[in-house]
Design a protein around this ligand. Structure first.
Ligand SMILES: Nc1nc2c(ncn2[C@@H]2O[C@H](COP(=O)(O)OP(=O)(O)OP(=O)(O)O)[C@@H](O)[C@H]2O)c(=O)[nH]1
Ligand SMILES: [Mg+2]
Length: 423
């Protein structure tokens, strides 16, 4: 555990360009506070400035920043963290003008990944993302954190040892060479994974996805007894673990746990985590784990969908696993579960409904058919019923009705047979 007094202090700032976004900007800056805390940085205040547009020189208004810098000096705050990705020139201008340390959301996320990377694959991917993000502009933050964490380091704690010194030595040429070397090593890992994949070609694959801290690893462990690290911290898992799962009658599947997602996940990270995300891309079914006890869960669903789209996996069938039902949650999720075959309330912690979830997975993978139906607009009853019985892959509104691609059991297909256009 880090000592309270050794924590770096920060003020967080954000910008709101449209009043409609005010609430979501507030959630985002609150989340940044949690992210900062994950790397041992304590937030003393948070401010969001309403503006019509981003300031060309300082990102936020000069007067606003002067005020905040005054507060930093008064209260001994060492760093100003922006809830956005700052361009190198914005960061440079602010540092020069106000003589303060500046960081942004991307750096904080990269820093968490850096600390939590424990396998070779994760370390290589984080290194790659850092290099691509032009590590030199992180210099100030890294060196500060190294200094702050001297004691933790001595105790064998934080994994950020040497980051500051390491980066100072690196010049651009070396960075480019390093990127090449990492690419080569990752290529080998990818080749190995692809060979393993070939061997598993005939086995159905299921992958857990979801916002960080949703409970993916806890569910994975419950399903497989794998002993993957479960922690109440952001980005506890950074690599992927796969296990075989046996259903009765010899049916076997492979299930994998992977890295979590977050709003505004730096695109360098997504691109660099290609090896880990192969398990997502390759899945026959995604278990989209959602922490319904977090009031922000609708935003988390959107953020996960965005990343899935980025890695071209948004059309893989999903079961929405509404996790943490043992905690307080909104009754709307229960209604949603009632109306949608692809949703299920569970608790990975107590195990409630986990057996039912396994049946649903088995059913989907082994007993279902994929069909395209065209249901007239006026038959809303049939459309609603189909949502309840089948797993909707996509729907399209046409003049003659709703064209729905669905995965459904043979016995449930009966009443919809007349709508089938593609078998
Ligand atoms: N009450 C309750 N807590 C849960 C449940 N599932 C997970 N948790 C808690 O949620 C926290 C995060 O769990 P993890 O399984 O590590 O979450 P994750 O989705 O793997 O997170 P990352 O690896 O960081 O992306 C832990 O503190 C778990 O104990 C649940 O069903 N109920
Ligand atoms: Mg995890």
């Amino acid at each position: 555990m880090r000592q309270q007094e050794s924590r770096m202090k920060a003020i967080l700032v954000g910008v709101c360009l449209d009043q409609k976004d005010r609430e979501s900007k507030q959630h985002s800056i609150d989340e940044l506070e949690r992210l900062a805390l994950t790397v041992g940085v304590e937030t003393t205040a948070k401010y969001i400035q309403n503006r019509k547009q981003i300031d060309k020189t300082y990102f936020l208004g000069k007067g606003f920043l002067e005020n905040i810098v005054g507060k930093m000096e008064e209260t001994g705050v060492e760093i100003l963290i922006f809830d956005n990705e700052l361009s190198p020139s914005h960061a440079r201008n602010i540092r020069k003008k106000f003589d303060i340390d500046v960081a942004d959301r991307t750096e904080i996320i990269l820093n968490i990944f850096h600390e939590h990377a424990s396998t070779k694959e994760a370390r290589l991917q984080v290194d790659l993302a850092e290099m691509k993000y032009q590590l030199p502009r992180l210099k100030k933050l890294w060196s500060h954190l190294d200094r702050e964490r001297g004691s933790a380091k001595a105790a064998g704690g934080a994994a950020s040892r040497g980051m500051g010194e390491k980066q100072i030595e690196i010049d651009k040429r070396k960075v480019r060479e390093h990127i090449k070397t990492i690419h080569r090593s990752l290529k080998k890992i990818m080749m190995r994974k692809k060979t393993q994949r070939k061997q598993r070609e005939n086995i159905k694959k299921v992958c857990l996805v979801g916002y960080t801290n949703a409970g993916k690893s806890m569910l994975f462990n419950r399903l497989t007894n794998a002993g993957v690290l479960v922690e109440n911290k952001l980005f506890a898992t950074l690599d992927s673990t796969a296990r075989k799962l046996q259903f009765e009658k010899g049916k076997e599947i492979v299930i994998s746990d992977t890295v979590g997602f977050i709003s505004d996940l730096p695109h360098h990270l997504v691109a660099s985590f290609h090896a880990t995300l192969l398990d997502v891309e390759d899945a026959d079914l995604l278990l989209n784990v959602i922490d319904i006890s977090d009031p922000d869960y609708p935003k988390h669903i959107d953020a996960v969908q965005k990343v899935l789209k980025q890695i071209k996996s948004d059309d893989i069938p999903q079961i929405k696993v509404l996790n943490k039902m043992d905690r307080n949650h909104d009754s709307k999720v229960e209604e949603y579960e009632n109306l949608h075959a692809n949703a299920m309330l569970i608790s990975a912690k107590t195990g409630e409904n986990v057996e039912r979830l396994l049946e649903k997975i088995d059913n989907f993978l082994h007993a279902s058919l994929e069909k395209v139906l065209l249901i007239p607009h006026d038959d809303q009853k049939a459309i609603n019923h189909l949502h309840k019985l089948g797993m909707i892959l996509n729907s399209e509104y046409l003049d003659e009705g709703v064209r729905i691609k669905v995965v459904i059991n043979q016995e449930d297909l009966g009443e919809f047979e007349k709508f089938v256009v593609v078998s």
